[in-house]
Ligand binder design. Structure first.
Ligand SMILES: Nc1ncnc2c1ncn2[C@@H]1O[C@H](COP(=O)(O)OP(=O)(O)OP(=O)(O)O)[C@@H](O)[C@H]1O
Ligand SMILES: [Mg+2]
Length: 532
């Protein structure tokens, strides 16, 4: 008997379909897999036979040959087990011959006991299969919540926990009830995890800067002496970020899915990721790498925050490796196995002391660093890196009155409401401009065309820009970044003064002088770099 089934595999975050042809002829028992399989696929043979035996399924004596196509693509991982098993069962008659498997796609790894184990990239594969027109997608039970995002529009997702369950399903003994609609995302309360902005005393400038950064998705650097609250404020950023759109949630979950980091209970990630890798982390772990390329921290932070605390302590090559992904929102990794591009649209949040001892420019502590040491410390941040940070803000130590004040600061919820509306304004502009990916965009992602369209400056504003350009010796990139921040400040002010979200290219109104001035000030930490 000859049978054909389908499965999928992932390379990077993209899924591709694998056709499994199985020929079974009555003969002495033998089992062979061909089609350029890697080690994991070869091992599949052993897993499948052991799993079948341990499940008590008796197969007739057959010589079985399995061919995986396309043969010229390297197939990694063990997610093909279930598809190979289904092909084998179909060829041997264990799955009744009248069952049509032409619209079914099987994804899953087998254990020796006959259970179906969870795999990495289940969401990516299920989405790929659905897009290719498959209507019945079988995934491991433990991957069902994430893979269910591919359900709907006639696509059914089945969670399989064992070989026996699969056989019962196809013999109509105990059919598996499929998921037919995509699930809602589960949203956790970020304030319970990270704390609330109302706990932060004083630091009005930093609070304002962080709000602007969150609204526009801008990169931000916080500089200040030890204990001024840099880490405290950075960790609370997730509590004021706008909600993930569904499209963003799917994109983020795909990256986490191939890394095997999805919680089987919650499935689709419902909140913006916050990643804070330690400075001792290897460059490969930060930007992605490995023999079979895997996403690094910058991709796990996709659509969320990458927080680099003690920024100058990061290795030089790690910092430099961040430069291209910051500009492109993607990172490309080249290995012998091929080239892979992972998304990496993160908001970069960095914190640092102004010098090695931490007290340069401090009101309280005395700096023990020599001028040369201060300069050395600051020079760890290269010019191109600084150029990419839209907002640089100083956080001085609090004085006693501020610290002992019992006035609660504005809460995360109040700030978030403004941020959310400001973000919607920018999306409406992108939508009006005909950008298809408008749901994924923020002001920080404006390209030169967008800047020309949305950041029109009048005479007065242009004058301020001209002066700053000369005085601060700005690069063309910094110039554009100031305009993007000015756009966000104009949006926030519009919302804060009671404006409602409107649609169209003009949403949020015009940029005024005060917006440009504030945007320029938000980059004025150059004094450290110039004087240091
Ligand atoms: N603005 C603030 N409001 C309330 N508490 C604060 C504030 N700043 C600092 N603290 C208190 O000080 C502690 C240390 O702050 P934090 O860890 O954020 O400092 P830091 O600026 O990151 O210092 P370092 O440079 O040493 O990393 C906080 O956990 C908090 O208890
Ligand atoms: Mg800190």
């Amino acid at each position: 008997m000859l049978s054909v089934t389908y499965s999928a595999s992932v390379f990077g975050i993209d899924a591709f379909l694998v056709t499994i042809e199985c020929s079974a002829i009555r003969s002495l028992p033998a089992f062979e897999i061909v089609g350029l399989p890697d080690l994991a696929v070869k091992e599949s043979k052993q897993r499948i036979m052991t799993a079948v035996n341990n499940s008590g399924v008796i197969l007739p004596d057959m010589e079985v040959t399995v061919n995986l196509a396309p043969a010229d693509v390297r197939k990694e991982g063990s997610a093909l087990d279930l598809g190979i098993l289904a092909a084998l069962f179909k060829a041997c008659g264990t799955i009744p011959p009248e069952r049509d498997l032409s619209k079914a796609c099987f994804i899953g790894e087998l254990s020796f006991t006959g259970e179906v184990r969870r795999v990495k990239g289940a969401l990516n594969m299920a989405l790929g299969a659905a897009q290719a027109g498959f209507t019945d997608i079988f995934v491991p039970e433990r991957n069902l919540t994430e893979a269910s995002a591919a359900a709907g529009n006639g696509v059914n997702i089945y969670g399989v926990s064992s070989i026996i369950q699969l056989i019962s399903h196809f013999r109509d003994k105990d059919p598996i009830k499929p998921v037919t609609e995509p699930p809602m995302t589960v949203k956790s309360d970020m304030k319970l995890i990270y704390g609330d902005f109302s706990q932060i005393k004083g630091q009005l400038l930093a609070r304002r800067a962080v709000e602007i950064a969150a609204a526009g998705g801008h990169n931000i650097l916080l500089v200040g002496p030890p204990g001024s609250g840099k880490s405290m404020i950075a960790k609370r950023i997730p509590t004021i970020l706008p909600e993930l759109t569904y499209a963003e949630a799917i994109d983020t979950t795909k990256v986490h899915s191939v890394s095997g980091l999805i919680d089987p209970e919650t499935g689709i990630i419902g909140h913006r990721p916050f990643r804070s890798p330690h400075h001792s982390m290897s460059t490969a772990a930060l930007v992605g790498g490995g023999k079979i390329p895997m996403p690094g921290e910058i991709s796990l932070a996709h659509n969320g925050v990458l927080f680099l605390d003690e920024f100058p302590e990061f290795k030089k090559d790690a910092m430099e490796a961040l430069r291209a992904p910051i500009e492109d929102s993607t990172v490309t990794i080249t290995r012998a196995a091929g080239r892979v591009t992972f998304p990496s649209a993160f908001m970069l949040v960095c914190a640092m002391n102004p010098c090695k001892c931490g007290y340069y420019g401090s009101r309280r502590g005395k700096c023990t660093c020599s001028a040369g040491e201060v300069k050395n410390y600051l020079s760890k941040l290269s010019g191109p890196m600084l150029d990419r940070i839209d907002i640089q803000v100083e956080m001085p130590e609090l004085d006693f009155a501020e610290l002992s004040s019992s006035d609660p600061g504005e809460s995360s919820d109040v700030i978030r409401a403004r941020v959310e509306k400001a973000r919607r304004l920018s999306r409406e502009r992108f939508r009006a401009a005909g950008r298809e990916d408008y749901a994924l965009l923020s002001n920080a992602k404006m390209n030169t065309d967008d800047i020309r369209r949305f950041c029109e400056l009048d005479e007065g504003c242009l004058k301020i820009m001209e002066n700053s350009f000369k005085r601060m010796n700005l690069s063309a990139r910094a110039y554009d970044r100031i305009l993007r921040v000015a756009r966000t400040i104009a949006d926030i002010d519009y919302i804060a003064s009671g404006g409602e979200v409107t649609v169209g290219l003009e949403a949020g109104g015009k940029i005024a002088k005060k917006h440009v001035m504030e945007a320029v000030q938000m980059r004025s930490l150059d004094k450290y770099w110039k004087n240091g």
